[in-house]
Design a protein around this ligand. Structure first.
Ligand code: IDP
Ligand code: MG
Length: 156
């Protein structure tokens, strides 16, 4: 099982798309194990996007991400990191395939609705940036045995 950090970016919150995007992750069988509406500070944006600091789009990206509230989620599931990245689609809304979140809800290259961790290391780092200890929960879902084949003792 993996847990990944998903951010519904300011455009998703302002456009009233939070529910529809979260529903996609729930429909897939992924488990929401943390969530909150928050305003990202300059410092947090800089830490989160530190690998992009030298990119030409960095200043605009930080301005965008701090411009209005975001909804952050911790999402758990089998291969959750790659499953969520595939559901998000390519970075640019104009290039993202139909059927993906970015492909279905936008055409902008920078206002692309969602962030998702891209590796287990990034997921661990980003979850600890956005959630305090105790805010990401561990709980049994009633329907877990119909989301996964648990007959062999692990989730298949
Ligand atoms: P990702 O979000 O698909 O992982 P990254 O390359 O990590 O894409 O870029 C982080 C974010 O920076 C993107 O989601 C997008 O909002 C923004 N971004 C990336 N490349 C560009 C660009 O060329 N122009 C404008 N914004 C960009
Ligand atoms: Mg990235």
């Amino acid at each position: 099982m993996e847990t990944t950090l998903i951010i519904l970016k300011p455009d998703a919150v302002q456009r009233g798309l939070m529910g529809r995007i979260i529903t996609r992750f729930e429909d897939k069988g992924l488990q929401i194990v943390g969530g909150k509406l928050m305003q990202i500070s300059q410092e947090l944006a800089a830490q989160h996007y530190k690998d992009h600091a030298s990119k030409p789009f960095y200043a605009g990206l930080v301005r965008f991400m701090t411009s209005s509230p975001v909804f952050v989620l911790a999402i758990r599931g089998n291969s959750a990191i790659s499953v969520c990245r595939n559901m998000m689609g390519a970075t640019f809304g104009s290039k993202a395939a139909s059927g993906t979140i970015r492909g279905d809800f936008g055409v902008s290259n920078s206002y692309n609705l969602v962030h998702g961790s891209d590796s287990p290391e990034a997921a661990a780092r980003e979850i600890s940036l956005f959630f305090k200890s105790g805010e990401v929960l561990e709980f049994k879902r009633a329907g877990e045995c119909w989301v996964y084949d648990l007959s062999g003792g692990k989730a298949e």
